[in-house]
Write a protein that binds this ligand. Structure first.
Ligand SMILES: [Zn+2]
Length: 334
C-alpha cells in the first residue's frame, strides 16, 4: 500500500545531489561529533549517547524469528525501505520522525497480531523494514551517499516524535496526493483530529502521477457483482454508471454502479487502483479508470514532503503541515 516508486535517476540526481553535497551541515540538531567526514565511516558506536541508541525494538522478521534491535538501527532500515533515498534530506528527516513516532506508538499500545514482538516487517500490519546494508546493495554507485543520508535522517531527528495532546500520533503516510491529503474520517470512517485534509504541493513531476486502468466489461461486471449482488449490470456498460459523490481533493467518496453506491476506497481495492482519486468512464466494452496520485491519502504525502523540502521547508515544518495541530518533542519514556 505504501510502496513508493523509485525515482528516475540520471540527470535529475546529478542536478539535485550536487547542490545538496555542497550545502553541507545545516545546523538542525547535529551533534558536534557528527561531522560529515566522520559519519561516512559506517560502524555506529553502541551507546553513543543518543536517545535512539538507548532504546530497543523487538521486531518480528519475515522468517518468524524475533530480533531485538537498537531504535536507530531499526529506523534506518525503515526509512531506507519506505522512502527513496534520492529524496531531499529534510524529507528523509520527516520520514524518520514519522517512523519513530509510529514505532513508539505501537510500543505503547501493543498489538494482538504478534504479541511476541512490538512490530513486524509487513507493511499491511506495521511498517516496512530491511537492514540498511541490504537496501544499500541496490543503490550502486550512490550507496555511500544514500546510506549517509539515511543515517543522518535518523541522527538529526534523534529521539524526536510527533505529539498531539502529549501522545505520539498515528503517523500514517503515503506516496503521492492528488492535490490534497484526505481526512481520516473520509477514508477510514472515524475522525482523527490531526488527520485532516491539507493541500499538498506535488504534481505532474512525480513519476506515474496519473495512471490508467482499463477493465473489460465482463470482468468489471463480475467483480462488482461479487461484492454487490444488488447491482443491476444488465444492458450496456454506458448505462451502468450513475452519479459520483466527491470527497476532498477530487477523491471519490462514492460512485453509483448499477444502482449500488460503492465507496471510492472499495473501488480502489476491487480494481487495484493506485488511489481513490479517479474518474470512471465507459468506452464501448471497456471501463476506464483515470487515477491521480498513489496511496490512501491520509497523513504525510512523501512526494509532497520532498516537494516542500525542495522549496526550503525543514522537517519540522513538513510534519506540522501534514499533521494538524501537532508538536514535535521528546519521545515519552517507556
Ligand atoms: Zn505488525
Amino acid at each position: 500500500m505504501r510502496k513508493v516508486i523509485v525515482l528516475a535517476l540520471g540527470l535529475y540526481l546529478l542536478l539535485y545531489l550536487l547542490p545538496l553535497a555542497a550545502m553541507g551541515e545545516e545546523g538542525l540538531s547535529r551533534r558536534p561529533e557528527e561531522n560529515p567526514a566522520a559519519t561516512l565511516t559506517p560502524p555506529r558506536a553502541q551507546g553513543d549517547g543518543s536517545a535512539d541508541g538507548a532504546r530497543t525494538v523487538r521486531l518480528l522478521l519475515e522468517d518468524g524469528t524475533v530480533e531485538e534491535l537498537a531504535m536507530d538501527e531499526y529506523l534506518e532500515g525503515v526509512v531506507a525501505a519506505e522512502m527513496p533515498a534520492s529524496f531531499h534530506q529534510q524529507a528523509l528527516n520527516a520520514q524518520a520522525a514519522a517512523a519513530r513516532t509510529y514505532t513508539v506508538r505501537k510500543q505503547l499500545t501493543g498489538t494482538s497480531a504478534h504479541p511476541e514482538a512490538e512490530l513486524c516487517t509487513d507493511t499491511g500490519c506495521c511498517q516496512a523494514y530491511r537492514p540498511l546494508a541490504e537496501t544499500a546493495e541496490s543503490w550502486g554507485e550512490q550507496a555511500g551517499v544514500y546510506a549517509e543520508k539515511i543515517r543522518r535522517a535518523v541522527a538529526d531527528t534523534d529521539g524526536q516524535v510527533i505529539l498531539y495532546d502529549g501522545e505520539p500520533i498515528q503517523a500514517v503516510f503515503f506516496s503521492t496526493a492528488a492535490g490534497e491529503t484526505l481526512p481520516a474520517a473520509e477514508v477510514w470512517g472515524s475522525e482523527v483530529p490531526y488527520l485532516t485534509g491539507v493541500e499538498s504541493p506535488e504534481g505532474e513531476e512525480v513519476p506515474n502521477y496519473r495512471t490508467r486502468v482499463t477493465v473489460g466489461a465482463e470482468e468489471f461486471r463480475e467483480t462488482v457483482l461479487a461484492a454487490h449482488p444488488e447491482a443491476d449490470l444488465s444492458g450496456a456498460p454506458e448505462d451502468w454508471l450513475g452519479p459520483v459523490e466527491h470527497g476532498s481533493g477530487g477523491s471519490v467518496a462514492s460512485l453509483t454502479v448499477g444502482g449500488a453506491a460503492i465507496p471510492g476506497t472499495e473501488l480502489r481495492e476491487l480494481f487495484s487502483l493506485r488511489s481513490a482519486s479517479f474518474t470512471l468512464t465507459a468506452e464501448g466494452e471497456e471501463l476506464v479508470f483515470d487515477v491521480t496520485g498513489y496511496g490512501h491519502g491520509v497523513g504525510m504525502s512523501q512526494y509532497g514532503a520532498d516537494a516542500m523540502a525542495e522549496a526550503g521547508a525543514g522537517w519540522r515544518e513538513i510534519l506540522t503541515w501534514y499533521y494538524t495541530g501537532v508538536t514535535i518533542g521528546d519521545c515519552p519514556a517507556g
